[in-house]
Structures are given as C-alpha cells and as structure tokens.
Design a protein around this ligand. Sequence first.
Ligand SMILES: Nc1ncnc2c1ncn2[C@@H]1O[C@H](COP(=O)(O)OP(=O)(O)O)[C@@H](O)[C@H]1O
Ligand SMILES: [Mg+2]
Length: 257
Amino acid sequence: MGRLISVASGKGGVGKTTVTANLGVALAKYGKSTLIVDADIAMANLGLLFGLHSAPITLHDVLIENLDIHEAMYDGPYGAKIVPSGLRHSSYRKVDPDKLKTVLRSVKDEFDFVLVDVPAGVDATARAAIASTEEVILVTTPDPASLTDVMKMKITAMQLGTKPVGVIVNMRRGEKWEASLRDIENFLEMRILGVIPEDPNVRRSWDIKHPKPVVVLKEDAPASKAFFEIAARMAGVKPKKKRRGILERLLGFFKKR
Ligand SMILES: Nc1ncnc2c1ncn2[C@@H]1O[C@H](COP(=O)(O)OP(=O)(O)O)[C@@H](O)[C@H]1O
Ligand SMILES: [Mg+2]
C-alpha cells in the first residue's frame, strides 16, 4: 500500500515545492520508491529543480489529452520519478483538476510514496490537489501570516476528507520574534514532523543553469540534514550518523568534563 500525500500551505513562497522535491528525493535515497508530482498546474515550477523545463509530456497532457501518467514520468535522483506540470500559461485553464484524483489513485500502489506539490491558495486547483490525496503535510514558516493560512488549509483538508499528518516548519532562523515550536504545535494542534532551517544552500540549489535539490547538491547542508531526518522517520530507517574521528571523540570527551 503506497502513501499518497500532498504538501500544502495556503500561503505562497513558504517552501512547498522545495519540501516536496527534497523530501521525495530523500525518501528515494532511503530506498523507497517515490513519485513526485507537480500539481501546481497554473504556476508549475517543481520540474525546474530537476532540469525538466522542456519535458515533452507533462501532467497537463495527462489531464487534458488523457495520456497515460507513466508517459509523463521522468527519472530523478536515486530512482525517484518526477511528473512535471506544463509551463505553458494558456493550457492550464483547460485542465480538469478533478481528474487528478483518478490518475493519482491509479498509480498509488506502484510506489511507496507519492508526494504531490499543491498550489498556493484554497481555490479549485488547490482543493482538487488535496482531495486527490489521502494525507496532507502542511508547510509553514514561523510567521503569523503563514500560520493562519496553514490553519485554514488544515480545516479545508479535513473538510475534503484528507488527513493532516503534521506540519513542517520551514525557513526557521531561530530569531526571538519567530513563533516558538511549542506555540506552533499548540496553535495548529498538529505534530511537527520536522524543522528546516533558513539555509542559503536552498536558494543556491535553484541555480538557473544547474538546478538540483539541495539534498543532492549538498548532503550535509543544514537544510539537507533536516530533510533526511524527516524522510528517515517517514521511511522507518535510522539516518546515517557520520562516524566521529578519534580527535573529535577526544575533544568531545574533554568538553563534557
Ligand atoms: N529552508 C529554506 N532556506 C532558504 N530558502 C528557502 C528555504 N525553503 C525555500 N526557500 C526558498 O524560498 C523560495 C520559495 O520556495 P518554494 O519552494 O518555491 O515555495 P512555494 O512552493 O511554497 O511557493 C525559493 O526561492 C526557495 O529557494
Ligand atoms: Mg510552489
């Protein structure tokens, strides 16, 4: 039984696409067969992170022309499969978002995880993307505007029959003015699945010429480590700890005294 999970937030720019892509690739690295789908059909950009800007067949063709979704799957890092959306602005209006549900449920059991990047907002396309999945991971930054939008998204998901499994706090700087993790948990009444720090490596990973998910670009970047931790818990494996050298262990020993 595969898990069909959407990644949503309400607010734009909080890191849904970044989280979907990196979590998917990290799960694949842990040996899980993973499909990553860009359901942001109007503002598609997940494919860009995988260098798929000119993919000949996209989710648009699956939803408009009834092509088989397998024809829109491309190879990503560690065996992850990627379904990009089309970048053409004109064609997205013709997309029937309700069809997404049928399409995604038809491939769900071919994978351990199907992760779906949801558009911002709570309009028909966002709702259809959430409704097409069984579970939803919510992404927020520690800002009040993002938190209130996530709350709305949680309620929307529940109304649609999609189970909120928890929240990922992204772009945390650890500043005093940010909401604390405890406040976030209490406000949203949801489990925090993980915390991704604000990390310049993430922006670098969207390099216009050589894009790649940060978990591939720099495995030991602070954001990558956080993605691997969340993925390890989801995959039920222990994240590999780097073995400390003799000198590091010796210094650790003296620090403790
Ligand atoms: N943890 C992070 N640290 C720094 N920058 C980040 C982080 N997560 C996302 N970003 C940046 O924020 C911007 C928006 O991210 P994106 O994933 O496109 O958000 P959304 O899909 O919610 O609109 C991108 O430029 C991305 O590089
Ligand atoms: Mg996005």
